[in-house]
Design a protein around this ligand. Structure first.
Ligand SMILES: Cc1cc2nc3c(=O)[nH]c(=O)nc-3n(C[C@H](O)[C@H](O)[C@H](O)COP(=O)(O)OP(=O)(O)OC[C@H]3O[C@@H](n4cnc5c(N)ncnc54)[C@H](O)[C@@H]3O)c2cc1C
Length: 438
């Protein structure tokens, strides 16, 4: 009697960013036989997107941003395909590639297509020398036109906006950064921290125009950006416009498919869509959490966590995703920022029962904020001082009170040796503020 070996399932992942790659790697660890294919139009190999700016600033080569050597993928038997997916047929379980790239059949499909920069229909947004800063292609484009840029305008005062401004500034360009908010990123940072970053930006030589919106981009007569007009009617001459007013899920592969989308690809907390054998994760996923607002999570570490959970789900485990206590960190030029838990931004209305204690060093380059609700710590925000994730998370999870946090404050600090320590001043200031509110 002849035995036919059952063909192994083919898991196809569109997107080789952190979410897709983590899913592929963890799936391979757990399932030695599945056929796995990673597809991306952007680059043959996975690279670190947050490191793109360092390539432009010549701190790193592109190769150095790739965490794995090319042989790794062969060894792991993860197939790679560089192509753009233009259509998904979920009935036939078939993907179509752009051009004459043919197609590919799947048994299970993972959509991990990331984000694209927002364009809000501004006049002139499709001119040459107007672009976002999300992809390798956009970095290459910026590199090609760099010599012609004397003055660049960056529209959008968020994390990518300040990076693009820093990139241009590092090459000696004049830079104007437009921020719709009254001070830098005050829709995400508390007021004092937002003002601190605003001061740091201005001190660097980058011109920050707060409370300013883009109205239109003006053609230089040759189809390229030549100036912008602000909401107040001011004209600013420039040879480049960077669009960094946020990102949104990249759904281009889903056009004409029956996979439900909202702002992103709609998934449950196990990253399943409502279409059988189709999953989505990372920046492109919109997570539907019963009883809560749908969530877009557009961060590196959340993409990694999504990938780990989905790999388990693909192996038949009943896993759901729980982000846990929120955290994030970034660098605003030379100013480091670490945040943990619930830190209300400047723009948020005051909340009853929430007490905020804020300390700022006399140099106005170091700050620390503790947020309590009902006497229990709910958030920590540190500027210019490094505070340990593990320690801050434990304080929040264990609902520690002020006395506990102050007596353990030095345990959280992980600034390198010989850095100035501020804990004594912080504790004294927090005690005074607390007494004053009793
Ligand atoms: C400049 C910049 C700096 C950042 N800095 C930080 C930071 O400091 N910290 C942080 O937490 N996060 C940062 N982020 C965000 C972080 O990089 C993203 O959250 C993360 O990369 C998302 O991972 P992902 O796997 O979901 O998608 P992506 O990394 O975007 O990967 C998606 C991939 O899918 C490909 N793709 C899309 N559509 C198709 C298609 N139709 N066919 C084929 N391929 C397709 C894309 O080309 C891309 O390669 C930064 C982002 C940018 C742009």
């Amino acid at each position: 009697m002849l035995f036919h070996k059952k063909p192994e399932r083919h898991v196809v992942i569109i997107g080789n960013g952190i979410a897709g790659v983590t899913c592929a790697r963890v799936l391979r660890e757990r399932d030695k036989s599945a056929r796995i294919t990673l597809i991306s139009g952007e680059s043959p190999y996975f690279f670190s997107r947050p490191a793109l700016m360092y390539i432009y600033m010549r701190h790193m080569t592109f190769e150095a941003t790739q965490p794995f050597e090319p042989w790794y993928w062969k060894k792991q038997r993860i197939g790679l395909r560089q192509a753009w997916v233009t259509h998904i047929d979920t009935e036939k379980k078939w993907l179509t590639f752009a051009g004459d790239g043919g197609g590919l059949a799947y048994d299970q499909l993972v959509i991990a297509t990331g984000s694209k920069h927002n364009r809000f229909g501004w006049p002139g947004q499709d001119l040459e020398r107007v672009q976002g800063m999300c992809s390798l292609q956009e970095l290459e484009q910026l590199e090609r036109i760099s010599d012609d840029i004397h003055h660049g305008v960056v529209v959008g005062g968020g994390l990518i906006g300040i990076e693009l401004a820093e990139m241009l500034h590092s090459r000696g360009k004049q830079v104007t950064l437009l921020s719709r908010e009254a001070s830098y990123w005050s829709n995400a940072l508390p007021l004092e921290e937002s003002q601190m970053v605003s001061r740091v930006i201005e001190a660097s030589g980058i011109r920050l125009k707060s409370g300013t919106e883009l109205k239109a981009i003006v053609d230089d007569g040759q189809g390229r950006a030549g100036a912008i007009i602000t909401g107040a009617g001011e004209r600013i001459e420039c040879q480049f416009v960077g669009l960094t007013a946020g990102v949104s899920p990249n759904l281009s592969a889903l056009k004409g498919s029956n996979i439900p989308t909202g702002r992103g690809v709609l998934v449950d907390t196990s990253f399943r869509t409502s279409v059988p054998d189709v999953f989505a994760l990372g920046d492109c996923a919109e997570i539907v959490v019963p009883g809560q607002r749908n969530r877009l999570e557009q961060l590196w570490y959340t993409g990694q966590m999504h990938g780990e959970v989905l790999a388990a789900v693909l192996c038949g485990e009943a896993r759901t995703y729980d982000r846990g206590i929120w955290f994030n960190s970034a660098k605003f030029l030379d100013l480091e920022w670490h945040t943990y838990g619930d830190v209300p931004p400047a723009a948020a209305p005051p909340r009853a029962g929430v007490q905020q204690l804020y300390w700022e060093a006399p140099d106005r380059l170091h700050a620390f904020r503790l947020i309590f609700e009902g006497g229990a710590l709910i958030g920590v925000n540190a500027m210019g001082i490094r505070y340990r994730h593990r320690v801050c998370e434990a304080w929040i999870r264990e609902k520690r009170d002020l006395a506990y946090v102050l007596s353990h404050l030095p345990e959280g600090n992980f600034d390198p040796e010989f850095y100035r320590r501020f804990e004594r001043d912080m504790v004294a200031s927090f005690r005074r503020q607390h007494e004053a509110t009793r």
